[in-house]
Every structure is written in structure tokens, then in C-alpha cells.
Design a protein around this ligand. Structure first.
Ligand SMILES: *[C@@H]1O[C@H](CO)[C@@H](O)[C@H](O)[C@H]1NC(C)=O
Length: 325
């Protein structure tokens, strides 16, 4: 009974998301459900506070603990979004994450789609990182990092993940900033098992800011991240038989365009040329050859080389090549 109800509702949900996506190329007016309807607390005791409207949530980090919440359901594909205001001032070592994962179910071959917000020392901006893991591909990080055209502590901004069977798109304020397309060669690296949605704040002193150079300073605690306008708009899947074909509604995904609209693509390109500060595809120190799904864009390559010649290939590698034709 519960299952067939879910399936029916799922069809409608998925269908309506993609009508919206098709019509506007973005995602206004999606239903915002209350915290209690869609989520549950993951950790952090009273460092998670639900506002009186029942929909907005504060997550804080202090010397005792961070905090986090997770969706009640597992999803296979959909649109997941939040408005978020990050803590201001000194935030080195603090990480706020908005992500999908099934790491609690698949220990060895989990999938993950991440938005990570990396705090910084006073006077330096937060950085955003996106990453994708599929089927336990943790040996190859597929990170990208960006700065923003606004201060994410001043106000709420929207961060969204669209996940279909053919691509993953990360959005900031409805502007696509990264598209991760499924290719045949990547095999299991494209996330393809149901995942839950998570939001957390935690102490990442050991790696977040220059590899642990700047640790969380609890003199500035509590660090408070505010979440609102939470959208969970996907195909729910039964947790017991998550790999079965319960998510028939994904068939309606066929009707989504495989690409973002032309205008959105132009905005994405312009964002990446201005704001991207790291992409694994161009990291010549880490990967001798870019992972197979990488499509090298010469403009992006130049932008990153100018930004950081050591990582993205400046003189030295070029020089060596000339001597060994
Ligand atoms: C995912 O990993 C499992 C276990 O390592 C493997 O059996 C399976 O074939 C992989 N799936 C894909 C699609 O690569």
C-alpha cells in the first residue's frame, strides 16, 4: 500500500519537476516541504534548530559538536536544492556540506554528489567545491573549486543539484556552474544507485583550509549555517529493495533535454572562466592524463594556467616536452 502510494506520487513529482525544468530552464516554484515531512536529524543534538516556520533550519558547530540532517527517503534522480547563508568572519577549518550519498548502505562502492563550502581565514572568501563519486571511485577525486560573485555570508543564495540518468548539473542561484555528463567510458563512476540528501556543518581542521594549516578556532563559535527553501523533488525508492525497478518514474526523465539551454550554457561558461579556481581535469600534477570523461576546454585551461601554473601546467612541463619531441 505504502509502496504504490509512493510510486503514484513519485510519477507526479518527477513529471512536474521536469516540466518546470523544460519550461523555464531553471526551477522556480517547486514545493517546499516542512522539515518534519522530509528530513530527520542526523547528529548534533540541539545544534540543529528548526525555526518556527517548520521549514528553515539552523545548523551550528561549536566545541562540542557539529550538526546535520538527512532526508527521510532515498532518491534515484531528481532535483535537490537549498537556500543557504554561511557563517561570517573567521571560518577557517569549518565545512558546510550539502550533498547526496549512499555511503551508509554501500560501504565499498558508494555514490556521492557534493556541494562543499570551505571556510576561510578572516578577510578571505568561502570557496565552493563540487565533487562526484560513483560506485566507490574514491581513488579518483573529481573536484572543482570556485569563488563566488557575492558574499555567501551576507544573504541566502540557492544551491541546487539536478541528477538524471544522463547528467548531473550543479547550480548556484539558478546558474549552472558544472555539468557532469555520463559517458560510456566512465562505467560505474556515474552515480547510479539511490542516495539520501544530507546537510552538515563540521570541523574539518585537518584538511579544509590549506590542508590543515588553519584549524577551527572556537573563540569564534558557534558557527551557524542557515538553511531554508529546501527542495526534495525526486523519485523516492524503497530502502529495502533499492536496486529493484521501483523507480519506474525515471522513464519520464527521457523527456528532459540532455543539455542546458543555450543561454544557460553561456552563463555557465562565463562563470567558469571567471570563478573556477580548480578542476581535476586540468590538474597535471595529480593526473598525468585527465580522467576519460574530461573534455578539455582551451579557454578554461588557459584561465587555470594563469591562475596556478604549478598545478595546471606552466613553463616546466612545456619546456620538457620541447626537449623530448
Ligand atoms: C560497482 O562495483 C561493484 C563492486 O565493486 C561491481 O561488482 C560492479 O560491477 C560495479 N558496477 C559498475 C556499474 O561498474
Amino acid at each position: 500500500m505504502v509502496f504504490s502510494y509512493k510510486l503514484g506520487c513519485c510519477y507526479l513529482l518527477v513529471f512536474s519537476v521536469f516540466v518546470v525544468v523544460l519550461a523555464y530552464g531553471s526551477h522556480g516554484n517547486l514545493p517546499i516541504i516542512s522539515f518534519d515531512e522530509g528530513y530527520t536529524q542526523l547528529f548534533g543534538n540541539d545544534n540543529l534548530i528548526i525555526h518556527r516556520d517548520g521549514k528553515s533550519v539552523h545548523l551550528s558547530l561549536d566545541e562540542r559538536t557539529g550538526s546535520g540532517f538527512v532526508s527521510q527517503d532515498l532518491y534515484l534522480h531528481g532535483f535537490f536544492s537549498t537556500s543557504l547563508r554561511l557563517p561570517a568572519d573567521y571560518t577557517a577549518g569549518v565545512v558546510v556540506a550539502f550533498y547526496m550519498s549512499n555511503g551508509d548502505i554501500f560501504e565499498k562502492n558508494h555514490d556521492e554528489i557534493d556541494f562543499e563550502f570551505l571556510g576561510n581565514i578572516r578577510g578571505k572568501d568561502w570557496r565552493i567545491q563540487t565533487n562526484v563519486y560513483g560506485n566507490g571511485s574514491t581513488g579518483i577525486g573529481r573536484e572543482e573549486r570556485y569563488n563566488l560573485w557575492f558574499d555567501p555570508c551576507d544573504d541566502f543564495h540557492q544551491y541546487s543539484i539536478l541528477w538524471t540518468d544522463s547528467h548531473i548539473i550543479f547550480y548556484v542561484d539558478n546558474i549552472p556552474i558544472r555539468e557532469f555528463k555520463r559517458t560510456v567510458s566512465m562505467g560505474g563512476v556515474f552515480p547510479s544507485k539511490p542516495m539520501s540528501l544530507y546537510a552538515t556543518i563540521w570541523d574539518a581542521s585537518d584538511w579544509a583550509t590549506n590542508g590543515g594549516k588553519y584549524r577551527v578556532n572556537y573563540k569564534y563559535a558557534p558557527y551557524v549555517a542557515e538553511f531554508s527553501d529546501l527542495v526534495l523533488h525526486g523519485c523516492t525508492v524503497d530502502p529495502i529493495e533499492q536496486s529493484s525497478s521501483r523507480c519506474d518514474a525515471t522513464q519520464s526523465l527521457e523527456s528532459i533535454p540532455r543539455d542546458v539551454t543555450r543561454t544557460q550554457r553561456m552563463k555557465m561558461e562565463s562563470f567558469r572562466l571567471k570563478h573556477m579556481t580548480y578542476s581535476y581535469c586540468y590538474d597535471q600534477v595529480r593526473y598525468k592524463a585527465p580522467p576519460p570523461e574530461c573534455v578539455i576546454n582551451p579557454k578554461e585551461s588557459n584561465h587555470l594556467k594563469n591562475f596556478d601554473p604549478v598545478t595546471f601546467g606552466g613553463g616546466r612541463r612545456h619546456h620538457a616536452k620541447r626537449h623530448h619531441p
